[in-house]
Design a protein around this ligand. Structure first.
Ligand SMILES: Nc1nc2c(ncn2[C@@H]2O[C@H](COP(=O)(O)OP(=O)(O)OP(=O)(O)O)[C@@H](O)[C@H]2O)c(=O)[nH]1
Length: 240
């Protein structure tokens, strides 16, 4: 019989009137820590799925995005990769802290100085009125450099506990070589993925957020683009 088993296509005018587009919630996470700890590499790995071939010191801020789905809901994770160098962040710093949903503090497990700087990064958050209700996590990066680790897990864990943050030790370069931090997920082949997804799940379970956009809206391209050794420019990955 003609038409049997075939789907019925509705005119687009009808569907657009009867089915409101699902909303996409946006979670803004700022990634902060000393210069060189690997903020760019971590955010790049989460959004692009790999370690960048080369990086330069971030100037001001870079934005990367990734669309994920949790329990059927569209969620856009917007990572603000901030400059670690004071001279590159001065003019931008107040913008980082606007409408922040979560903070990711990063130190380098091979650099005790980057670990010692954490209180000043926490203080900066406080000065910009970031309340304790905003979820924070602590990430010890570069765990692949096993021979050079100088920040012991138990010391980092104590620090994380004293600031009510979960600790994750990982590597943006080789995520399967992560250490045994409090957020441990030692069986995972991509620990970096798990870290950001954990924050997203936590945010999703909180009260609804103010920022959202219809899923049909044009993707926000907030990145300023970089040349990755001849690769296509543009770091945002709203289509990931
Ligand atoms: N071995 C190793 N090297 C890493 C890792 N993550 C980053 N790096 C290297 O560390 C250096 C600094 O990385 P970036 O991601 O640019 O550091 P950043 O924190 O964004 O630095 P700023 O932009 O100056 O604040 C680069 O040479 C990276 O290749 C890692 O997990 N393992």
């Amino acid at each position: 019989m003609a038409g049997q088993g075939s789907s019925v296509e509705l005119p687009s005018s009808l569907t657009s009137r009867t089915l409101p587009p699902p909303r996409t919630r946006i979670f803004k996470m700022i990634v902060i820590g000393d210069s060189g700890v690997g903020k760019t590499c971590l955010t790049y790995r989460f959004c692009a799925g790999r370690f960048p071939e080369k990086t330069e010191a971030t100037i001001g801020v870079d934005f990367r995005e990734r669309l994920i789905h949790i329990d059927g809901e569209n969620i856009k994770i917007q990572l603000w990769d901030t400059a670690g160098q004071e001279r590159f962040r001065k003019s931008m710093v107040q913008h980082y802290y606007r409408n922040v949903h979560a903070v990711v503090f990063v130190y380098d497990v091979t650099s005790p100085a980057s670990f010692r700087s954490l209180p000043s990064w926490i203080e900066e958050c406080k000065q910009h009125s970031l309340g304790t209700e905003v979820p924070r996590i602590l990430v010890g990066n570069k765990c692949d450099l096993r021979e050079s680790v100088q920040v012991a897990t138990d010391i980092a864990q104590q620090f994380a506990d004293s600031h009510s943050m979960p600790l994750f030790e990982t590597s943006a370069k080789n995520p399967s070589s992560q250490g045994g931090g409090g957020g441990g997920d030692s069986g995972s082949s991509d620990h970096v993925e798990a870290i950001f997804m954990t924050v997203a799940h936590k945010l999703k379970s909180q009260k609804p957020l103010m920022l959202s956009q219809p899923s049909g809206a044009a993707p926000i391209h907030l990145d300023r683009g970089r040349d990755q050794g001849g690769e296509a420019r543009g770091w945002a990955c709203s289509s990931c």
